[in-house]
Design a protein around this ligand. Sequence first.
Ligand code: CTP
Length: 401
Amino acid sequence: MQGKRILLGITGGIAAYKIAFLIRILKKRGAEVKCIMTPASSDFISPLVVATLSENPVGIEFWDKKTGVWTNHVDYGLWADVFVVAPLTANTLAKMAAGVCDNLFLATYLSMKCPTIVAPAMDLDMYAHPTTHRNLDQLIRDGVTIIPAESGQLASGLEGEGRMAEPETIVEAIDRFFNKTEATKALNGQKVLITAGPTYEAIDPVRFIGNHSSGKMGFALAQACLNQGAEVVLISGPTQETLSHPNLTCISIVSAEELFAQVKEFWETCSIGIFSAAVADYRPEVKVDQKIKKSEEHVQLTLVKNPDVLSWAGSLKNETQLLIGFALETSNLLENATDKLTRKNLDIIVMNTLEDEGAGFGHATNKIALLDAHNNFTKFELKSKIAVAKDIVSYLINYKK
Ligand code: CTP
């Protein structure tokens, strides 16, 4: 469970008190846990306990009435590897089955990009009621996994089926889910080389030629490939982004020549290459050892061409390797991208333009179109870079050479 992202949804039943133990087990097993609660559930377990144990803020309302800060249910949906609802009351079950969306919890359920597992808990008559059966059947049809309620003493004093499965049983179900998804991940056994961020080309010890690339897109791509079971080699220029994962090798470079040396080291061993780095096309011919003083009125800098790393990888690409490049164009987008795709021997080119608001350098969002070697052209909406990375990775997973 190490590094897995578990979104825990808590609804308002007596069994909610057991969630403190569930969170502790998940955290001990190395999972990242975020919690969302229905407003009613805070009568059964304090959000403070949930926040403290999960080491994350808790989502309850759409927005904080004091600060005006809005809680983004879509972000929860993108963040999580699995959504676990425990306990699930008859009321929230009915709302989930019907698609009702009158609180943050339900909006998040409807925004989930990952599978949902639920552990119902209610009194025995409620659990046995045909309505409950009908609603559980609907959830199963919607792809939700049910951890059946267990038999035992109930809060009402009655005995029978309806108790929430014990935290250990819920953890086993989550384990089974991850083991199954690990075994069926689309990029299992694949090694992906990703270049990310800018390159800095030194002028003297304190100055360089660089660009505004943040590295966000490349890091999001690395995360998306890791999520699909790939081993990833991420070679990145200077960036604020960080990522750690047992299947990730992160290599920091500064200049295009350093990037080239690392790509040369790894490309042959990889089955997929995604070159999202904004590599400087030119570098100063000489790097002056001492800081250039401002004595002269005019200073001339002679630039020489950097190696085109992507072209090099394209020229050595074998029949099974997939190569994806990026094209950031300010004019004639399709024409220039088509030319780049052929010239660099790519399978897919990701096109973006600085003309679209919110797309490209520095932004958390991007708007792309994909062009492939079979001349298929697909446009996507403006999305977060995490969602864009998922689109690119699912496109390459389904791509036939
Ligand atoms: N690229 C690279 N090495 C370089 C320059 C670019 O690997 N020296 C890669 C980028 O990572 C990107 C793709 O090539 O995937 C497109 O980069 P771009 O600079 O737009 O292409 P160029 O061929 O340099 O064309 P131009 O600058 O003329 O638009």
